[in-house]
Write a protein that binds this ligand. Structure first.
Ligand SMILES: Cc1ncc(COP(=O)(O)O)c(C=O)c1O
Length: 355
């Protein structure tokens, strides 16, 4: 059973609210795609041919420039970036594309986006949950996932932590995949990329950063992701993806160029989330919740120190749907994840109902 199917009952309760449901359970963007991006998509609509798996020259150039401008990632050549059909696709297939299988271990965060584990399972590899290197013991994993800012907790890993992981992985020849989908959404902390020179000293060997335009540019429906980092690994991924037909549609590639070239729509989107976050955070705290981490990203990680399904029922009675922390790992059993991705009017309704 798909975990989300277990929410049917609380969803029905929340829907029964006279003023309608406020759905804060999933992180799906709600604001219309920026006109500059829609225009680029439309202008590319007549192209009849197959797109290239590697992405157009324009896309690779724009991506490299945006990663440098927005996140201070230096030293990437155009061959070090590769578009994906959203990052979920890439995460689900990365272990398989890398040729991992039985006997290989993939390390995922204690509380994690479920697709890291799905990807390990699809490859026949084993997923192990760990947040610290000391938990791992003497064995050498094939792949280690990081996710900062985290889904679901909003926790940001600092430069020191990231440097330690990079050093440890380098000593052992372990590949690190850093999921940086929320990197542009720092509130009380400044998220840093694994590819930032402060972290990797400008050496991208054994490092991959996964980026998405779903959240920062509200392009979830376009399916627009990207992997950047170790040129040799990116070349290997490109070779397999070519054979497997994992191509980003050409109009979407054109839309991605527009999104990478324009920082203004991204700033506006970020502002929207900042306002929603401030309103929801204050309302949750006033209602007696403890909000842990949540210094960045699109979620508030809240608890009343009770089993999360009880908290879910409490929200549902107020017409609000949130996600149970247990979806993300056993350590989430007493938390709920509250998404910031609802229209302003629905956020205001949630604030009023929590008051
Ligand atoms: C941590 C994390 N990684 C990856 C994704 C996938 O994003 P997309 O496939 O839309 O790029 C999500 C989406 O919610 C996410 O939360």
């Amino acid at each position: 059973m798909f975990p989300w199917d277990t929410l049917a009952e609380v969803t029905a309760t929340a829907r029964a609210h006279p003023d309608g449901i406020v759905d804060l359970s999933v992180g799906t963007p709600v604001d219309p795609v920026a006109p500059v991006i829609r225009a680029a998509l439309a202008a590319a609509g007549a192209a009849p041919g197959y797109p290239t798996t590697a992405g157009t020259e324009a896309l690779r150039t724009s991506a490299v420039a945006a990663l440098a401008r927005r996140y201070g990632i230096t030293g990437l050549g155009p061959q070090a970036v590769l578009p994906s059909i959203g990052t979920k696709e890439l995460i689900a297939w990365l272990p398989t594309l890398l040729g991992l299988g039985a006997g290989d271990t993939v390390v995922v965060p204690e509380l994690a986006y479920p697709t890291y584990e799905v990807g390990a399972l699809l490859a026949g590899a084993t997923a192990v949950r760990a947040d610290s290197l000391t938990q791992l013991g003497p064995g050498t994993p094939a792949l280690v996932y990081l996710n900062s800012p985290s889904n679901p907790t909003g926790k940001v890993l600092g430069v020191d932590h990231l440097r330690k992981v990079v050093g440890w992985a380098r000593e052992r020849g372990v590949l690190v995949a850093s999921d940086e989908c929320y990197l542009g959404l720092g509130w009380d902390a400044e998220p840093v990329s694994i590819l930032h020179p402060d972290v990797c000293d400008g050496d991208h060997t054994g490092l991959l950063a996964l980026h998405s335009l779903s959240k920062t540019s509200s392009l979830a429906g376009y399916r627009a992701g990207l992997v950047a980092g170790d040129t040799a690994v990116v070349a290997e991924l490109l070779a397999v993806r070519k054979h497997a037909g994992m191509m980003v549609p050409f109009p979407v590639q054109a839309a991605m160029v527009a999104a990478f070239d324009d920082d203004e729509h991204e700033r506006v989107q970020r502002e929207r989330y900042a306002h929603r976050r401030a309103a929801l955070l204050a309302a949750l705290q006033a209602a007696g919740f403890t909000v842990d981490h949540s210094e960045a990203g699109l979620y508030l990680w809240a608890t009343r120190d009770e089993p999360c399904r009880q908290t879910l029922a409490w929200f549902a009675e107020r017409g609000i749907l949130v996600a149970p922390g247990e979806f993300y790992g056993p350590r989430g059993a007493r938390h709920v994840r509250v998404a910031l991705t609802a229209p302003d009017e629905r956020i205001a309704a949630a604030v009023q109902r929590l008051g």
